[in-house]
Design a binder for this molecule. Structure first.
Ligand code: GLN
Length: 489
């Protein structure tokens, strides 16, 4: 007798994982086959008896390795957390499980989410499923494992985290949909913090509608996450949900037209706009001048927050004990020596670099010039965005005539990255961790700094490699965002 569809699908994903993960290196841990198939059988039975828990019942999910999973190592691709086994599920994981989803494994990433190519972690680089025999391409980062798992058909959907682009960039490189919600909508409880004022849980799928379905399942206030948007504010968003059935005003951010964009990407950007114009929508240029400072201010704020978040890993109370003293450090007490050794061994080069930069920007001599200035620029970025959208920011405190005007735009269309996926040799040549790599985030960090929802939708790129076009909308305007994204997929 043929296997039931749910079970059949689960078995297919398991087989694909067994056959392909050796090359992709997308998963760092795979759930036992027995567990996955027995959960699939239970879901199949529920479906047959009309008792499915949700549309996600029996679907196969991958979870980035910085999102806590009960009784399953959550390493953040760091030696520091190599033996960390959480005793609880992150809220988003618990919600997926409640909906009947099956967790097939944990995915590879840049250490603590710091990077753009999934090359800075302890598990080795993720390889883009679009690689050929001649070229092995970057899967993007930091959620490269989740993107590759979806692109390589190892699961139906995956969770990642997006602090400054870590869902959208790998989605763009791998050719899948990558969605980052408005800050505060999806619970961060159980997401190991990189930069908490920017961190969001993100979603990878092969089509936009499925991303929306998953988002709807996870989008709920979580009283255990202090940054989760409360019910009152959520109602304000509902009140602002705009009319879906009219001609859109589509903004093209002229400040994003930087010289670094590769010609094929520019071409893809222009043809997406042409498609939308042909569908009868208005396309118009908009200025968001402050976004020119977005990358530099992002790297000050994110690193300052990271240095504080990672301060707790001392190898004693938090972090692995395996990082034993490698060489004695003179002039400090033996107990401090232990901490120094644990941090020196437990963190990789890029993480240590960022902790140092972050700590420096918070010192009294640098604070005013760096951290405070970056916060000012973040406020300007938010104000610039608020000034161009047709709908007002439902949480915005600034009210003015420029907010929510008819002349404003419904959403923005831009590239996600400056080029399609570079090959991994090129990445290594650029210096895996060099600050030059930070340019990759030029189109993704502005939405992160303003807390706005954004989605990467795959379009045809160069060299047969996919590339992503990004749609960005006003805070809380997810509905419109998904609507727009379906038009270009
Ligand atoms: N590449 C960016 C960084 O390294 C974004 C990372 C992320 O979103 N986690 O900070």
């Amino acid at each position: 007798m043929a296997a039931k569809p749910v079970v059949h699908e689960a078995i297919n994903y398991l087989r694909n994982t067994q056959q392909r993960n050796g090359f992709f290196n997308a998963f760092v841990r795979v759930s036992p086959e027995r567990e996955v198939t027995s959960q699939a059988m239970a879901a199949s039975q529920r479906r047959e008896t009309g008792k499915s828990l949700s549309p996600l019942d029996g679907t196969i999910f991958a979870i980035k390795d910085n999102i806590c999973t009960k009784d399953m190592v959550t390493s953040c691709s760091s030696l520091m957390l190599v033996d960390f086994v959480p005793d609880y599920d992150a809220t988003v994981v618990a919600k997926l499980k409640d909906a009947g989803a099956i967790i097939i494994g944990k995915t590879n990433m840049d250490e603590f989410g710091m990077g753009s190519h999934s090359t800075t972690g302890i598990h080795g680089p993720v390889k883009n499923p679009n690689s050929s025999k001649l070229s092995v391409y970057s899967a993007g980062g930091s959620s490269g494992g989740s993107a590759a798992a979806v692109a390589g058909n190892l699961c139906s959907g995956a969770l990642g985290s997006d602090t400054g682009g870590s869902v959208r960039l790998p989605a763009s490189y791998c050719g899948v949909v990558g969605f980052k919600p408005s800050y505060g909508l999806l619970s961060r409880r159980g997401l190991v913090a990189y930069a908490n004022s920017l961190d969001t849980i993100g979603i990878f799928t092969r089509d936009v509608r499925y991303a929306q379905l998953i988002f709807d399942c996870l989008n709920e206030h979580d009283p255990t996450d202090p940054s989760s948007l409360d019910g009152r504010s959520r109602r304000k968003i509902k009140d602002h949900v705009s009319n879906q059935s009219r001609r859109w005003n589509i903004g093209v951010p002229v400040d994003y037209n930087v010289t670094e964009i590769s010609p094929p990407l520019k071409k893809a950007w222009i043809s997406t706009l042409a498609i939308l114009r042909d569908l009868g929508h208005n396309v118009k240029p908009v200025n968001i001048p402050s976004t020119r400072h977005a990358v530099s201010s992002y790297y000050i704020i994110a690193l300052a927050e990271a240095s504080s978040n990672l301060a707790k890993y001392d190898g004693v109370q938090f972090g692995s004990h395996t990082a034993a003293i490698s060489r004695p450090v003179s002039g400090i007490s033996p107990s401090l020596q232990l901490v120094v050794a644990a941090r020196e061994r437990g963190f990789g080069k890029e993480v240590r670099r960022r902790i140092l930069l972050g700590n420096y920007s918070l010192t009294s001599e640098a604070m005013e010039n760096y951290f405070v200035d970056a916060q000012r620029s973040r406020r300007l970025i938010k104000e610039d965005f608020d000034g161009i959208f047709s709908s007002p920011n439902p949480l915005g405190s600034r009210q003015g005539p420029s907010l929510g005007t008819e002349a404003g735009v419904d959403f923005l269309i831009s590239p996600v990255s400056i080029s399609s996926a570079p090959n991994l040799e090129e990445v290594a040549r650029m210096g895996v961790t060099g600050v030059d790599n930070y340019i990759n985030d030029v189109f993704t960090v502005p939405a992160s700094m303003a807390g706005l929802p954004a989605i990467s939708v795959p379009v045809h790129g160069d060299k047969d490699l996919p590339i992503g076009v990004q749609v960005t909308a006003q805070y809380g305007d997810e509905k419109k965002l998904f609507e727009a994204a379906t038009l270009i997929e």
